[in-house]
Write a protein that binds this ligand. Structure first.
Ligand SMILES: O=C(CO)COP(=O)(O)O
Length: 253
């Protein structure tokens, strides 16, 4: 990995205030691991407290509404996230696409609303097992990217892409290194076409799906993998720091 790897923990719908001790422990250790950029996306209810408790790592959200405000009971705007201390927001996670019927256009609108208030975004894409088996993985991901990526001025500088094959999320199954490399190369091509050679070359591409310390070296070592988006293994400081340590070692080596 040429640039500083970015390791992001997505806590999904896990965590009450008792879990802040994990965030604190991650933050303390992350201070020593200056070779790795570390961030956590806790549930909405913990964003403010995590920001206060963990001053060194990045803190973000897992979703936002596309509108600035209004009659949207139960929803959270990008401005609210920023006010709570978030620096970024994950949009288009496959669990939201599946559970809430989010389309690429919805994801793009959310990303634009986040950029408009100064948040960075992690745009998630990834194929289902059926789509991979049908040989359509790259075309599906390309289509998701073209429909989901924000196009506002300077968007490329605030965007990270996370490639998360749906069938690898929470299953313990992972693609081969060759498959990850091929997909990340394909994503890079789309990014360059979309944002232009120079801007598209700078966007970070993370891999996500069953990343743990044991497979991190292999997955992070695939072509053009700029870091990882980690679910289950980010829930304890011990397992998350294991991944961070692998990423740090790869930087040193
Ligand atoms: O969806 C993910 C992160 O956003 C990945 O989850 P797991 O690491 O639990 O497979």
């Amino acid at each position: 990995m040429a640039v500083r790897p970015y390791i992001v923990g997505n806590w999904k719908m896990h965590g009450t205030r008792s879990m802040l001790s994990e965030a604190r422990a991650i933050d303390r250790a992350a201070e020593r691991l200056i070779k790795v950029e570390v961030a956590l996306a806790p549930p909405f209810t913990l964003i403010h407290a995590t920001r206060k408790e963990a001053g060194l790592i990045g803190v973000g959200a897992q979703d936002c509404h596309a509108a600035e405000g209004g009659a949207h009971t139960g929803d959270i705007s990008a401005a609210m996230l920023k006010d709570a201390g978030a620096g970024f927001v994950i949009v288009g996670h496959s669990e939201r696409r599946a559970d809430h019927g989010e389309t690429d256009a919805d994801v793009k609108a959310k990303a634009e609303s986040a950029l408009a208030v100064g948040l960075s975004v992690i745009v998630c894409v990834g194929e289902t097992e059926e789509q991979r088996d049908a040989g359509k993985a790259e075309s599906v991901v390309a289509r998701q990217l073209k429909g989901s990526l924000p196009t506002a001025d300077g968007a490329a500088e605030k965007v990270t892409v996370a490639y998360e094959p749906v069938w690898a999320i929470g299953t313990g199954r992972t693609p081969t290194t060759d498959d990850v490399s091929a997909m990340h190369r394909a994503i890079r091509k789309v990014l360059k076409d979309f944002y232009g050679e120079e801007a598209g070359a700078k966007v970070r591409i993370l891999y996500g799906g069953s990343v743990k310390a044991e497979n991190a070296a292999e997955l992070l070592g695939a072509d053009d993998v700029g870091g990882a988006l980690v679910g289950g293994a980010s829930l304890t400081a011990e397992s998350f720091l294991g991944i961070i340590a692998v990423a740090a070692e790869m930087q040193e080596g």
